[in-house]
Design a protein around this ligand. Structure first.
Ligand code: HEM
Ligand code: HEM
Length: 149
């Protein structure tokens, strides 16, 4: 498969979330305290599973990992998602004052997901599957497409 630095970054962050989420699951199981179940579930699903999918889809279609919108997707997700889940953990443990962080974190995560959807919808048809192109542009052009053939 092609090398893709953005996909490698997604995979590295994803396994960190996997370790944290599984550790929380083990603590929940051992203690019998399942109050953080929603945090565990979303660390696994938004962290491990979704990030791994971002990385894999990026390997298949590198165009969706290139340019400023892809960077925005990466950073908004990596800021909004942990903020949202930390605030959710605080709320579930009755620590006051984190509602705004939960709201803003969710919104930032949602915007990042919308950017990812936009990248997928607009770009997977613009370059061939497993394109080896090294070009980094927001909108891949026709010469990049034909040059990779
Ligand atoms: C060793 C690994 C894991 C342990 C020990 C563990 C443990 C737990 C525990 C104790 C609960 C609470 C169950 C309840 O209160 O009904 C739970 C819920 C959940 N876990 Fe895990 N888990 C593990 C891995 C995973 C993974 C890898 C995923 C997803 C990729 C996952 C997704 C979920 C989800 C979605 C729920 C919520 C289920 C529901 O809505 O009833 N877990 N887990
Ligand atoms: C910004 C993104 C997301 C937000 C704000 C969100 C929000 C929520 C909320 C409010 C609940 C109900 C929790 C409760 O009743 O305690 C929930 C449950 C659930 N969500 Fe999400 N969700 C998001 C993304 C996802 C994704 C991407 C997945 C799967 C890939 C997912 C899977 C689940 C599952 C399995 C449950 C039931 C388990 C639980 O109660 O924790 N969610 N989510």
């Amino acid at each position: 498969m092609t090398d893709n630095p953005r996909s490698r970054a997604w995979f590295r962050v994803a396994v960190v979330y996997f370790v944290v989420a599984v550790a929380l699951g083990l603590v929940m199981g051992a203690s019998g305290d399942h109050s953080l179940m929603a945090v565990h579930a979303h660390l696994n699903l938004l962290g491990w599973v979704s990030m791994t999918l971002f990385g894999l889809i990026g390997l298949a279609y590198p165009a969706i990992t290139e340019g400023r919108i892809a960077s925005l997707h990466f950073w908004l997700y990596n800021i909004g998602m942990p903020a949202m889940l930390a605030a959710l953990a605080a709320q579930l443990k009755n620590v006051p004052g984190f509602d705004p962080v939960l709201g803003i974190g969710s919104a930032v995560t949602g915007i990042s997901v919308a950017l990812f959807a936009w990248l997928v919808i607009t770009r997977i048809a613009t370059r061939p599957f497993l394109d080896q192109s090294k070009e980094h542009k927001d909108r891949p052009d026709q010469s990049a497409q034909s040059g990779a053939a």
